[in-house]
Design a protein around this ligand. Structure first.
Ligand SMILES: Nc1nc2c(ncn2[C@@H]2O[C@H](COP(=O)(O)OP(=O)(O)OP(=O)(O)O)[C@@H](O)[C@H]2O)c(=O)[nH]1
Ligand SMILES: [Mg+2]
Length: 331
């Protein structure tokens, strides 16, 4: 069955892609075997993170990048994470309108995700979706996330190259630092450069990068763009390709892939342990017992340690009474 899915993915069958994605997003347990199999076929695509504050022009810029990739005959997948919507699956309205023009293009696949409600965690789910897209043979996968929120940042940290977008309104240095995960940027964009203050913020970012990049492999470039008019997009596209080549030559690309792998494993361990820990029974008892506990006597960390100690000695088989006793005897 899994082989059949892979064959369909390789043929770029959209129905299979969508169905598989829904399966993953709903945390269906039988999807794990499929994903394990797909992983080996998901290495070819280059993963690019696009991040920045809300409304900075991430989608407009991604759209411009898609056009550049397409004009070079390259295929692209896009995963956008919409922080405000708990829903997933359907494209977010704004993105749908903006990226609509690609909907008939088989070389482009776009998927929006809500940022909440993923049993397996947002970062894990988004990279699973990327694995699926990669199996359809796409050359590039763009991840669009806002640069706030740990889960969102985690996604764009875990890619081959990261583009951080700022706008003239990002203002002074403090604002710039707050606007996104500045330390992870490989390329910086000052979008909306048709607005006042673009040069000032470009200077600020350049100064900041010079100060902080002393021990790094390179100082990231800052590029001014007007995404709505397509200005600066070619430059960004070329810079992306140049950096990727540089990373491949220097070994950085391989190192980053190794880091990505480690991060994915680490995240999976954390998520698996938590899933393993919070059995239905334990959750129910925990909810119930908490109401009767003298909470001022038992600090949360002590309570957690008691629960963990309990699970360590008899994993998965902790009976209600045992747990209750543990709670009651907790110092
Ligand atoms: N003046 C100007 N407006 C722009 C530029 N780029 C994008 N915009 C506008 O800014 C608004 C937000 O653009 P989006 O591309 O949706 O920004 P985003 O970062 O994807 O937004 P979210 O996904 O909601 O965080 C839209 O109205 C765009 O038309 C630009 O270079 N100049
Ligand atoms: Mg957007």
């Amino acid at each position: 069955m899994t082989e059949e899915i892979l064959t369909k993915l390789k043929k770029n069958e959209i129905r299979t892609v969508s169905r598989l994605m829904s399966l993953i997003e709903n945390g269906q347990s039988d999807s794990e075997e499929i994903m394990n199999m797909l992983y080996a076929h998901a290495h070819q695509a280059i993963r690019i993170g696009v991040t920045g504050p809300p409304g900075a022009g991430k989608s407009t810029l991604s759209d411009g990048l898609i056009k550049e990739f397409r004009s070079e005959g390259k295929t692209v997948g896009v995963i956008t994470v919409d922080p405000t919507s708990p829903f997933s699956g359907g494209a977010f309205l704004g993105d749908r309108i903006r990226m609509n023009k690609h909907s008939l293009d088989e070389g482009v696949f776009i998927r929006s995700m809500g940022s909440r409600g993923y049993m397996g965690g947002l970062a894990r789910t988004s990279h699973y979706l990327a694995d699926i897209i990669a199996c359809t043979g796409k050359d590039y996968i763009l991840f669009e996330t806002v640069g706030v929120g740990q889960a969102e940042v985690e996604i764009v940290k875990n890619v081959d190259i990261t583009i951080v977008i700022l706008v003239p309104e990002s203002g002074d240095e403090i604002q710039v630092m707050k606007a996104g995960p500045v330390e992870i940027g490989d390329i910086f964009i000052v979008n909306k450069s048709d607005r006042e203050g673009a040069n000032r913020i470009t200077q600020l970012i350049n100064d900041y990068l010079e100060k902080t990049s002393l021990d790094k492999e390179f100082i990231p470039e800052v590029i001014q763009t007007v995404a709505t008019e397509g200005r600066g997009i070619k430059e960004l596209f070329h810079q992306c390709n140049k950096l990727l080549q540089q990373f491949k030559n220097s070994g950085t690309f391989k190192l980053r892939r190794l880091e990505q792998y480690k991060t994915r494993v680490r995240n999976a361990v954390r998520e698996e342990l938590e899933k393993y820990f919070w059995t239905k029974e334990k959750e129910a008892l925990f909810q119930k017992e908490l109401m009767y506990l003298k909470q001022d006597n038992l600090s949360p960390i002590k309570a957690a340690r008691q629960l963990i100690k309990n699970i360590a000695t008899s994993p998965r088989h902790v009976g209600g009474d045992e747990l209750k006793e543990n709670w009651n005897n907790a110092p």
